[in-house]
Design a protein. Sequence first.
Length: 203
Amino acid sequence: MSPPPDVTAVILCGGAGERMQGADKPLRPLLGRPLIERTLDSLRPQVRDVVLVANRAHGDYGAYAVKVVDDGALRGRGPLAGVAAGMAAASTGWIVSVPGDAPLLPGDLVARLERALARERAELAMVHDGRGRQPLCALLPRRLLPELLGFLAGGDSAPRQWQRRYRCAEADCSDWPEWAWSVNTPEEWELAEARLRQRGEGA
């Protein structure tokens, strides 16, 4: 069950940033450039469209010439609400969801997820970072939107619990640093800066 080439990136920027003193992390400069720019640079060559899901700073995110939506009536229900909003806004058959605070995504992320999906004949695929699954870094068919909305309407909101309903493939990304999928602490931010400097990816 391999997805078609039309994939939309859904970048989840709706978090409150509690572990970073309330900072809107995707807009925070990382080596002189807003983190969201690095995420977009990684994903744009891999997808047809991009949707940003943000519950604040719409004007700032809109400056990147992409579609910006919010969680709507599901605001406050966690990242799955953002996934649902992104699915609803996408015009392609598949989406790849990633957190907006992912500073270093593989250039072949979508291809890795597609290969895992086809290999395991699964319904959706997600990143395995070598220690465990990254449930918000996932390749999902838009046809699951009604079931996702039903799950959220029932009062549930845990991504892993929803994903257990389906055959899930795992894309091996153990060659990538764990913090690359979501930088959550000042210490991880420093690690990201150091790695990017080594790669010559300053401002």
